[in-house]
Design a protein around this ligand. Structure first.
Ligand code: ZN
Length: 498
């Protein structure tokens, strides 16, 4: 069996190389590519993508995976993980015939461009028929992959393997219940006239910000020998084998804008840099799920980057880079970066209300897939839920249902992974602290290693050896629950009220 496993690895690694080359082309498109190169670039991406598809569906490779999958007990536990996960993806892929795959990607490309026009004009009616097609097609896709399970479960698993609607309803339902009184307190605080602090506003030259952001990423543990920080209109991170690229976006009048994008993307990159390099291209050497990935970015961005200890560490460094901050105190900075208030746009929302934006989307997309909500009723349902959960109503669809591209891109079942990431992150941090001792004094000194080492051992190095729920349980000793997150957010609200 071992020579068959070796042949299987020899198939997977070139696939991972092709995927990395594709990611590099896409990274370049978002960062340095001159505008006029777009047609050639689209062609290059198409060519590479079809080469990759050929390899992934090569009958010899498929046969090999099927054969290995019938003999898992003759493999080592590590090898068995690689085969099990590869087979799972392969089964999902081959359940869809090429015609359906073609129809689906064409529809998504069309819907994305219609979404841009619809958002500009604020006209949901333009997008509605495309969105209806997408919902119908995703239902069909789910039915082809596994007709025995609820369609939403099957779609969800694409992003969060092993997650179920029931499990999510439980976690997000508890989260919603716990958030409600916190949001009421935030609204009461606004009624008392809580104003936005301008302590971190001013003039922050871009060159100085670039040096500052790079210093922050490196101090958290980002390895520059195997990574870069660049600029992009929509910050993202990507991994090209053992080369990890992160991006951020600068605003000359706002220091925190780039800072928190940088910390977020650094969290993603730290995860990728912590995967087992000897398992490159194999499931054991790949990230577990979108929810686990997001737990890493949000742990660093919100739980560390918005903590008091972190600002005690960061402020003197910020003042070196930006002398105009000389008179700002750590408490003032903290007031700015933890401010929370209900708002309409998810991507601009704070750590507390953000989760309600996700819960709303989860409930609506699930209802659309189950057929309980007609696409044409979506704007109305959106507005009602915003009113109920956050106490505000969008004045038009631009500030409501048209704000995100996800559904128009066919990504249904994706949104919940953002809140799962928040839930996992708080639970992991609690477990890390129990294991390595109080993190505050370490962070104040700028010593992030004990925490990073814990994450490396308990989360990163495991790759896909465990499914997300199992990974959380193994790392924290408990099944996932929003308890730690709600306690953390409760302390935030207390601080804001003080
Ligand atoms: Zn992220």
């Amino acid at each position: 069996m071992s020579d068959k496993y070796a042949r299987f690895v020899d198939c997977l690694r070139p696939q991972a190389d092709l995927a990395a080359a594709l990611s590099l082309l896409e990274w370049d498109q978002e960062t340095y590519m001159p505008e006029g190169a777009i047609d050639g670039r689209a062609r290059q991406i198409g060519t590479l993508a079809s080469l990759l598809h050929e390899r992934q569906t090569d009958p010899r490779f498929v046969e090999l995976v099927d054969e290995l999958a019938t003999r898992l007990d003759s493999l080592s536990p590590e090898q068995a993980v690689d085969v099990r996960e590869t087979k799972w993806r392969l089964d999902r892929r081959r359940a869809l015939d090429p015609e359906l795959v073609r129809k689906r990607s064409e529809l998504h490309a069309q819907a994305r461009s219609v979404w841009i026009a619809a958002r500009e004009s604020g006209d949901f009616g333009l997008l509605a028929p495309y969105l209806q097609h997408i919902v119908d097609l995703e239902r069909e896709v789910a039915g082809r992959i596994d007709p025995s399970r609820p369609p939403y479960d099957v779609l969800l698993e694409e992003f969060e393997p092993g997650a179920t609607t029931d499990g999510l309803e439980q976690v997000l339902g508890q989260l919603r219940q716990g958030l409600k009184p916190l949001i009421d307190r935030l609204r009461a605080r606004l009624e008392r006239g809580a104003a936005l602090s301008r302590a971190l506003h001013g003039h922050f030259p871009i060159e100085a910000q670039k040096r500052f952001n790079l210093m922050v990423a490196v101090s958290l543990g980002f390895d520059l020998r195997k990574g870069r920080l660049d600029e992009a209109a929509h910050p993202f991170s990507t991994s090209l084998g053992d080369d990890h690229r992160i991006t951020t976006r600068y605003d000359v009048s706002n220091l925190t804008y780039a800072l928190y994008s940088t910390i977020h993307e650094t969290g993603h990159a730290l995860y990728e840099q912590g995967l087992d390099p000897t398992a490159f291209g194999l499931p054991r050497g790949q990230s577990c799920s979108l929810g686990i990935h997001e737990s890493q970015s949000r742990l660093w961005e919100n739980l560390i980057g918005r903590s008091e200890a972190f600002w005690h560490y960061l402020l003197p460094l910020a003042q070196e880079h930006f002398p105009s901050l000389q008179s700002v105190t750590a408490q003032e900075a903290l007031q700015v970066v933890t401010d929370a208030r209900p708002s309409l746009i998810r991507t601009e929302s704070d750590e507390i209300t953000y989760n309600m934006h996700i819960i709303l989307r989860f409930e609506l997309e699930q209802a659309m897939i189950d057929g309980r909500l007609a696409v044409s009723d979506l704007p109305q349902a959106w507005a009602e839920k915003m009113q109920e959960y956050l106490g505000i109503r969008p004045h038009d669809d631009r500030a409501g249902v048209l704000q995100d591209v996800h559904w128009a891109s066919g990504a249904i079942g994706y949104f919940p992974t953002y809140s799962l990431g928040n839930v996992y992150a708080a639970q992991m941090l609690e477990a890390a602290e129990a294991a390595v001792g109080p993190l505050g004094p370490q962070i104040e000194r700028g010593d992030f290693h004990p925490l990073l080492d814990w994450l490396r051992r308990n989360v990163h190095r495991r790759g896909q050896a465990l499914r997300p729920e199992e990974l959380v349980a193994a790392a924290t000793g408990r099944t996932s629950s929003p308890k730690a997150l709600l306690e953390h957010l409760g302390r935030r609200v207390e601080f804001l009220e003080s």
